[in-house]
Design a protein around this ligand. Structure first.
Ligand code: ZN
Length: 295
């Protein structure tokens, strides 16, 4: 297992972590400058932030600074209530692949979606099995586009509390079942379809260690860290800084690295009440410090 205690060369910042500084929106260009100033070598930007800053502009900045990406957030949201909705999701996901390619991302992260309309507060139906079928078909169709283009897709299983509105793929086992059903090739060193392991979503799973071993190096495309706070005040936006909660992050990182994972550990914190209220520089400094002591 790599020693993170002496430096932060394997730290990546998911740019949502500092999407707000002292409560105000922070543009992606300023996030990039703040990361570069601290010797942070990688980021994982969100599509809305990239769109606001301009895709070509962000791609140029990333290259000028020699920054790497640890992923691109995000594609997915496949289920829809009608054919037009399915087509819109397909087209939007293809654009996400194109953007990921232009930015030089190593993978496009997929948050697969749940019951159509649930995120807006009005689910179109209660058929979660049907939604899962649409997810499977949507990933299969996107894989036909992304695989020849050379953009790996990383399914991120989300904690079951998000099954209705954000992702009906909720465990590593479920995600890997999809990977093995849809992407059977085993020769390439990196799979065309794999998983993003986010400790916030999967830390509780009694099968986690076994499923990480099942994924193996080929399908372990990304590793996200933050912490689970007790109590958690908000289901979406109360993630903790590493070390402030109950997740044994080094243990999980050990399992991932035992498979040969040697990529970035990406800090991804959504925190309306705490970290987004603080100055972004302070947050980044805390990420660097905790990456040494708690990851
Ligand atoms: Zn994540």
């Amino acid at each position: 297992m790599r020693d993170f205690s002496t430096g932060h060369e394997w730290l990546s910042i998911n740019t949502a972590t500092v999407r707000k500084s002292a409560g105000a929106d922070l543009p992606l260009t300023q996030i990039i400058e703040a990361c570069v100033a601290r010797g942070i070598r990688a980021i994982s930007p969100w599509r809305d932030q990239v769109q606001a800053a301009g895709l070509a502009n962000v791609a140029r900045l990333v290259r000028a600074h020699g920054l790497q990406l640890s992923g691109y957030c995000r594609g997915g949201m496949f289920p829809a209530a009608d054919a037009a909705g399915l087509r819109a999701a397909r087209d939007d996901n293809r654009r996400a692949v194109d953007e990921a390619l232009e930015l030089g991302a190593p993978c496009l992260v997929l948050v697969v979606g749940g019951l159509p309309g649930a995120l807006q507060g009005c689910a179109a139906h209660k058929d979660i099995a049907g939604a899962r079928n649409q997810v499977r078909d949507g990933i299969a169709e996107l894989l036909d586009y992304a695989k020849p283009a050379g953009m790996p897709l990383a399914i991120e299983p989300l904690h079951p509390m998000y099954a209705a509105d954000r992702a009906c793929v909720n465990t590593m086992e479920q995600a890997l079942d999809l990977c093995e059903a849809l992407d059977r090739g085993t020769r390439s060193p990196r799979a065309a379809l794999g998983v993003a392991v986010d400790v916030y979503h999967v830390w509780w799973d009694p099968k986690l260690q076994a499923q990480i071993a099942r994924a193996g190096q080929r399908r372990l495309l990304a590793f996200h860290v933050c912490d689970w706070l007790t109590p958690t005040a908000d289901l979406l936006n109360d993630r903790g800084m590493m070390g402030d909660g109950v997740i044994d992050i080094p243990r999980i990182r050990g399992w991932v690295e035992a498979q040969g994972y040697a990529g970035f550990s990406e800090v991804e914190i959504f925190s309306t009440g705490n970290w987004w209220q603080r100055d972004a520089g302070e947050v980044l400094d805390a990420c660097i410090a905790r990456h040494r002591t708690a990851v």
